[in-house]
Design a protein around this ligand. Structure first.
Ligand SMILES: [Zn+2]
Length: 93
């Protein structure tokens, strides 16, 4: 019927059977944690070694089309996602 959907990466929370991608309707969404760095010039750290500032963020990702949205922490250890904010699939052509 349809091509096999790749499994969710290790450590990710698979939403299969619970939500469908708003971009491509695939049942292939998962939530994963990423470390996001702040852009250079937006922070200051003492010392001569190269440093950066990073914080953990959570993302809703579609494994079929690549659409993704960043979650907003709800203050209770979880995050809210707005599927309408998912970025459209990026074209590599
Ligand atoms: Zn999708």
């Amino acid at each position: 019927m349809t091509a096999a959907i790749p499994p969710a990466p290790a450590g990710a929370k698979d939403l299969q059977g619970r939500k469908h991608c708003p971009a491509c309707a695939a049942d292939a969404l998962h939530i994963e944690a990423r470390f996001t760095t702040q852009p250079l010039g937006t922070f200051s750290l003492a010392g001569v070694a190269t440093k950066t500032v990073a914080h953990e963020t959570v993302w809703l990702v579609c494994r079929v089309c690549g659409a993704q949205a960043q979650g907003r922490p709800d203050g209770h250890g979880n995050a809210d996602f707005d599927p309408a904010e998912m970025t459209p699939p990026t074209s590599t052509t």
